[in-house]
Ligand binder design. Structure first.
Ligand SMILES: Cc1cc2nc3c(=O)[nH]c(=O)nc-3n(C[C@H](O)[C@H](O)[C@H](O)COP(=O)(O)O)c2cc1C
Length: 250
């Protein structure tokens, strides 16, 4: 056990922040951490947009349907970004856009996610708190407009952070044996049975996001939420394709 791991094992999302501003040198350090993150083939196919403009935040809050976006002290959007490298290639006379295909897209998407989590670890190690916003995918085209994203780019995740203004309980996780296997994927005979203890534990979790209501069991939540259909989010690959990525779906 060391301080890094202690911090990682204390992770919880923070959605309410104090008024204390995040110092500029901390923001710079976090950007340096993002920049140092491993990247697929070393291509560095991600970018970060730091949102400081209240109107842009307001429009993103509408996409996310989460008012607390307006109150985030700091807000980064991680972008899968093949545009920069496409310019590097094209400025040398290479016009073949077909290289911006599924593989490049997933490389860039992975790069953006890894940078985001690396930054999150750094944020938490400094005693600040953070929350992700996958809800930017409620309307990817609006996000693309708001952020002025060029072709071969795609918004992956928002990350709000600052000094915590709440002290949430750690959200329980299912046991490691259900998720970590040796050599080959393990299929269980009965998932509900295996998850029964976790289901009980989850009912002791008070979700501040849900006005501090006690949670349903995990399996109840999943049964309910997996049924919910969100058209934009289900059709996300259409928006990816519109950004110029050739998905080569046969
Ligand atoms: C990819 C991703 C997207 C997320 N999107 C949102 C979001 O849009 N809004 C939000 O409030 N939390 C969001 N979260 C936070 C999760 O709800 C949270 O991590 C999860 O419920 C576990 O809780 P914990 O982080 O407090 O342990 C997201 C997390 C991840 C990893």
């Amino acid at each position: 056990m060391n301080e890094t791991i202690k911090n990682q094992l204390s992770h919880r999302s923070i959605r309410l922040f104090s008024d204390k501003a995040v110092p500029g040198d901390v923001v710079d350090t976090l950007l340096a951490v993002a920049n140092r993150t491993a990247s697929s083939s070393g291509y560095q196919q991600f970018s970060i947009i730091r949102v400081t403009d209240a109107e842009i935040k307001r429009r993103i809050a509408l996409v996310c349907k989460q008012d607390y976006v307006n109150k985030l002290p700091e807000f980064f959007i991680f972008i899968a970004d093949c545009y920069r490298n496409s310019r590097l290639a094209r400025e040398q006379g290479h016009e073949d856009k077909s290289i911006y295909d599924t593989d490049r897209f997933f490389q860039a998407y992975t790069d953006a996610c890894l940078a985001a989590q690396n930054v999150t670890n750094a944020i938490e190690s400094l005693g600040l708190g953070a929350v992700y916003f996958g809800s930017i995918h409620n309307d990817p085209e609006e996000m693309i407009n708001v952020l002025g994203l060029p072709e071969f780019t795609f918004p992956v995740l928002g990350l709000g952070f600052g000094y915590p203004g709440q002290d949430p309980q750690l959200k329980p996780r299912m046991g490691v044996p259900l998720k970590a296997f040796e050599n080959q994927y393990k299929v269980f005979d009965n998932y509900l049975e295996n998850i029964a203890d976790y289901d009980k534990e989850m009912q002791t979790y008070y979700d501040l996001r849900d006005n501090g209501k006690r949670s349903d069991s995990f399996s109840e939540q999943i049964a309910r939420k997996y049924l919910a259909f969100n058209k934009n989010r289900s059709l996300l690959l259409n928006a990816v394709k519109k950004q110029g990525f050739n998905l080569r779906i046969e």
